[in-house]
Write a protein that binds this ligand. Structure first.
Ligand SMILES: Cc1cc2nc3c(=O)[nH]c(=O)nc-3n(C[C@H](O)[C@H](O)[C@H](O)COP(=O)(O)O)c2cc1C
Ligand code: SF4
Length: 511
């Protein structure tokens, strides 16, 4: 029977994948249609694939209206058509990647546990079950894995703290809030390979002695919620989750909790408050969530990508993962290319690649065809980098050295029509809107920051010193990184694009 693949992820659905699947079901009643995850080549979605004798052949982007023409071209046998891209894995965008976390994404049926097993799933968990918690933690420490949520804290060290804590109940909380602008890797894992996250969370539970896990997801991700819930149900059905994980003495279960969607609810302590049913507001640290987290119990809070890296580390061994990357940034980073970019999408690569290679070679420059003027790396709290800094390598320390951050690996590209003073204002305004209100430098400072930037934009450049002062106060006086890092986009815009803060520019713009 012919097998067709039509992605089910939010991006593909937004551009017509459901309509395409329906049209194919009608036109090819004998074919099996598998709703796979995305391969991560956003510009080709919906990417239709057909299983042929010479492998899977892709066509993209395909609309429902293309189906009659595709049939006439013999696409069921991989026939020639203007939208035929050949074998997806031979596309340079995919061929250049080192896919570890995303190895299965786009290939398997995301909610089929047998497909997951057939493609190397559960090997890491099986090995973990034969190890003690301390050995699993040691393996994680040796791998060099650092948290992919933003702060880059070593995952193994965090797990060790939770493992050593004494408590009747511990928890694993997966931070799937994914609020950073231009990021979608967590969503792609949950929609395209949810068992990977489940496996990572079970291993974390075994390592630290936790029997219950939660995935904290935002309501804007309905496809991810569905895929995760389907996968959790399938995992329970086959005793991957439950009282005896894979027939062992270990118990672990988990559920999805949906938040209303606030940027600050991605901050781990705010997330925990929200998970407990309260308004999401940042908690003062200490105590660390590792010692007093969900309901006051020791809790591992990790990003989706951190947990999704774990099964492969256990399956392939820490040394293989550690061998990839540079400096203290080990393994791969699923980089997300977004904004005004020709080839946007998910690009997983070992640390060490330059920003310029990612934006210009892999991303192909801007979608508008105009010159790149700025890129923001690391979400709304990340710095703006001009092309002059495109030699910066993807490495936590290299970005810190240039007053930037990698964050969750999002890169948003802007062409030469961008007004960087307005982007600086946007950063302050974002902080003012999203502030949880707990501390004064952020709550009041961001609102004053918008006002100061409005005066600068109106031509009063004498206010630039005041802006710098305010940013210092926010940076060093804020309780969490929302207020503390907003100065990065603001001051990087001032530093690298001073001409946009000069009075003439805005006087002209106002004319
Ligand atoms: C304002 C703010 C928003 C954040 N949003 C997220 C988020 O959406 N996802 C995430 O994993 N971490 C986010 N973080 C980082 C978390 O607080 C925390 O460091 C992370 O979940 C730890 O997991 P990791 O060690 O695996 O990265 C945010 C931090 C701040 C200050
Ligand atoms: S910096 Fe902002 S978001 Fe963070 S605790 Fe203070 S007021 Fe809340």
């Amino acid at each position: 029977m012919t097998r067709l693949f039509v992605p089910r992820d939010a991006l593909s659905v937004a551009v017509g994948a459901d309509e395409l699947a329906a049209a194919l079901a009608q036109a090819c009643p004998d074919a099996t249609i598998i709703r796979n995850g995305s391969r991560g080549m956003a510009w080709l979605e919906p990417l239709l694939e057909v299983q042929t004798e010479s492998g899977r052949i892709g066509y993209g982007p395909v609309e429902a209206a293309d189906v009659p023409g595709l049939l006439a071209a013999g696409f069921l046998a991989g026939g020639a058509h203007p939208k035929r891209i050949g074998r997806p894995e031979e596309m340079p965008f995919l061929a250049r990647q080192t896919r570890i976390t995303f190895a299965r994404c786009g290939i398997t049926d995301p909610v089929s546990l047998s497909d997951y097993r057939a493609h190397g799933g559960l090997i890491g968990l099986t090995r973990a079950l034969s190890m003690g918690g301390a050995d699993i933690v040691d393996e994680l420490v040796k791998s060099g894995l650092r948290g992919r949520g933003g702060a880059g804290f070593p995952t193994g060290i965090k797990w060790r703290t939770v493992m050593q804590a004494q408590a009747p109940q511990k928890y694993i909380v997966c931070n799937a809030d994914e609020g950073d602008s231009g990021t979608f890797a967590d969503r792609m894992v949950m929609e395209g390979d949810p068992f990977l996250l489940i496996e990572g969370m079970i291993i974390a539970g075994i390592a630290v002695g936790a029997t219950q896990g939660y995935v904290y997801l935002r309501s804007e991700y309905p496809q991810a919620v569905t895929a995760m819930n389907q996968a959790i149900a399938a995992a329970r059905q086959e005793a991957v989750l439950g009282a005896q994980v894979l027939g062992s003495a270990f118990a672990f279960d988990m559920e999805v909790r949906v938040g209303a969607g606030a940027y600050v609810c991605g901050e781990e302590t705010s997330l925990l408050d929200s998970l407990e049913g309260k308004r999401g507001q940042v908690r003062a640290k200490p105590p660390l969530p590792a010692l007093s987290g969900f309901l006051g119990r020791p809790t591992v809070v990790n990003n989706v990508l951190s947990l999704a890296a774990v099964p492969d580390i256990l399956a392939g061994g820490a040394a293989a993962y550690q061998a990839l990357g540079v400096g203290r940034s080990r393994g791969t980073m699923p980089v997300q290319l977004a904004g005004n970019i020709k080839h946007g999408g998910l690009f997983e690569v070992p640390f060490g690649i330059t920003l310029g290679e990612l934006v210009m070679e892999i991303g192909g420059g801007t979608a508008s065809g105009r010159p790149v003027r700025a890129v923001q790396v690391g979400g709304p709290l990340g710095a703006y980098f001009p092309p002059a800094l495109f030699d910066t390598i993807f490495d936590y320390e290299a970005f810190t050295a240039r007053d930037g951050l990698i964050g969750h690996g999002g890169i948003v590209v802007f062409d030469d029509t961008v007004d960087m003073a307005r982007m600086a204002r946007f950063a302050m305004e974002f902080c003012a809107i999203e502030s949880c209100g707990k501390c004064t430098p952020c709550r009041i400072g961001s609102t004053r920051g918008v006002e100061v930037l409005d005066r600068i934009i109106a031509g009063d450049t004498g206010q630039l010193g005041l802006l710098a002062d305010l940013c210092e106060t926010m940076k060093f006086g804020s309780l969490c990184a929302l207020g503390g890092f907003t100065p990065y986009p603001v001051m990087s815009a001032v530093r690298h694009f001073p001409e946009d803060f000069a009075p003439r520019q805005h006087a002209l713009a106002a004319e």
